[in-house]
Design a protein around this ligand. Structure first.
Ligand code: IFM
Length: 497
């Protein structure tokens, strides 16, 4: 890895750590994230947008028939029941119980108690009119230590969930891994250990054989980039490492695990479709200089092409490999045949879009748009159009699903029992419109899952950030539809804006 890259990675890790610290101490904002070009760094406020309810239902933007309007969650963020029915510990149990790692010391021990309240949550989904629900399966519920015989009680939970979705006319979309690696595998080296990828293939095989007859769409690894960047560069996610050399070996093993899961699905003879779930960030030069253009190209390699090219072209991007260096742990860790496994044909690509990135000639990043309640998120709906059209242009007409898009708002439950999150309505309306325009321009987008169905455990931010369409009153676990949920129900009913 070149000196420049190492410096840049360490700087990025340091910035993220600084930002995370600043957020914890309430100082989120310009100072926390380095240079700010022209930022109106607004919180996610409730400034009313143009006629969000009436306007949204005017029928002006109609989506394709059968468009899969949905919402998304993940196991550790909502399930709770951390010690029940044979569930083993995951890296997030360990990390969140370590003092100082999460805001307020929050853990996912109870979360939104979905493990016990899933039937109520299924009814909520039906009431919203959802056509698709994207959730994740907790590996350590299926194999407490990440290997060996499956835990039938864990499989039964997901079977009940999936059957409940079908009973309500909602299509299940299951993610195999959303960051909650069994702790026993972490103890054996985690994603730095190539064997973890093999274990993942075996776990996937168990799940496919148990649920493959009733889950039509599968996603392999959720946001491998976040594991790499937050888990191994900034260290503010589990397992809390700051080790750039390990980080990209981890990236390779995550990609390998993806490919092994795809092969396991085919080998199991299961009908369902499968693909990766990637958080893609459109990268733009911060100014018109040649230096900014060059730095943006490499930045894009680390943010997007590392994960896309390997799956869709069977090769890692040359500029990234060159930048990492032939002696890097990642490059030395690539074995003959690995890229063929990683590039095993997939049926769909799940895109998660939250923010653009603006890159300077020095390889630093700047803000150009207002942020949400998450300091890393700039609100730029046009980025949704750009990333969808770019993926289609560069990799062909692979069916796309948006599996995450949303923002955190400072939602509060009013005395009259309502939650007014107008800013979320504005955000979603603008992003839906951008996605609609991409469809008109030929992007084969099939479905859109808002992040998130419920307020939940937002990782290092604990329960402070509320991302849900549905408010969760944690002391009572009461669910309250936010104004955005009512609005979304109308969008779904009208199949458009
Ligand atoms: O909550 C997360 C989710 O688990 C993965 N994608 C981003 C979301 C918001 O930070």
């Amino acid at each position: 890895m070149s000196l420049l890259t190492r410096r840049r990675l360490l700087r990025r890790a340091a910035l993220s750590a600084t930002a995370a610290r600043a957020v914890r101490t309430g100082l989120a904002g310009a100072a926390a994230a380095g240079t700010v070009a022209s930022a109106a760094v607004a919180g996610c406020d409730d400034t009313p947008g143009p006629a969000p309810e009436g306007g949204a239902s005017s029928g002006a933007l109609r989506f394709p028939p059968d468009f899969g309007w949905g919402a998304a969650t993940s196991a550790y963020q909502i399930e709770g029941a951390a010690k029940e029915d044979g569930r083993g510990e995951s890296v997030w149990d360990t990390f969140s119980r370590t003092p100082g790692r999460t805001r307020n010391g929050d853990t996912g021990d109870v979360a939104a108690d979905h493990y016990h309240r899933y039937a109520e949550d299924l009814d909520l989904m039906r009431d919203l009119g959802l056509r698709s629900y994207r959730f994740s399966i907790s590996w350590s519920r299926i194999q407490a230590d990440g290997s060996g015989r499956p835990n039938q009680r864990g499989l039964d939970f997901y079977r009940r969930l999936v059957d409940g979705l079908h009973e309500r006319g909602i299509a299940p979309m299951a993610t195999l891994f959303h960051w909650d690696l069994p702790q026993a595998l972490q103890d054996a080296g985690g994603w730095e250990n190539r064997d973890t990828a093999e274990r993942f293939g075996a776990y996937a095989d168990i799940v496919f054989r148990a649920l493959g007859d009733r889950v039509p769409a599968w996603l392999t690894i959720n946001e491998p980039k976040t594991v790499v960047q937050n888990g191994y560069l900034s260290g503010h996610h589990a397992p809390g490492r700051q080790d750039p050399a390990a980080a990209y070996l981890v990236a390779h093993h995550l990609q390998l695990a993806h490919g092994l899961a795809v092969r396991a699905l085919r080998a199991a003879g299961v009908e369902g479709r499968i693909g990766p779930a990637l958080n893609l960030h459109p990268c733009y030069p911060a100014d018109d200089t040649a230096e900014a253009a060059a730095a943006t190209r490499l930045y894009d390699g680390y943010e997007n092409r590392l994960y896309l090219d390997s799956v869709f072209t069977g090769a890692y991007p040359q500029d990234v490999l060159a930048d990492l260096g032939a002696d890097s742990r990642m490059v030395r860790g690539i074995r003959d045949g690995d890229l063929a496994v990683i590039a095993s044909p997939v049926d769909l690509l799940a895109v998660q879009y939250y923010t653009p990135i603006y890159v300077t000639g020095q390889g630093t990043t700047v803000r150009k748009w207002p942020t949400s309640g998450a300091e890393w998120q700039q609100i730029y709906p046009e980025g949704m159009y750009d990333i969808l059209t770019r993926v289609t242009r560069d990799y062909g007409p692979i069916p796309l699903t948006i599996t995450e898009n949303g923002l955190p708002c400072p939602d509060t439950l009013a005395p009259d029992g309502t939650v007014d999150d107008t800013a979320r309505i504005d955000f979603l309306r603008d992003h839906f419109a951008a996605a609609h325009r991409a469809i008109l321009d030929g992007v084969p987008l099939e479905s859109y899952h808002v992040w998130s169905l419920l307020d939940n455990f937002e990782w290092a931010e604990g329960y402070d950030q509320r991302w849900g369409l549905v408010y969760v009153d944690y002391p009572t676990q009461r669910r309250v539809l936010k104004r955005s949920a009512h609005w979304y129900r109308t969008v779904i009913r009208n199949n458009g804006l």
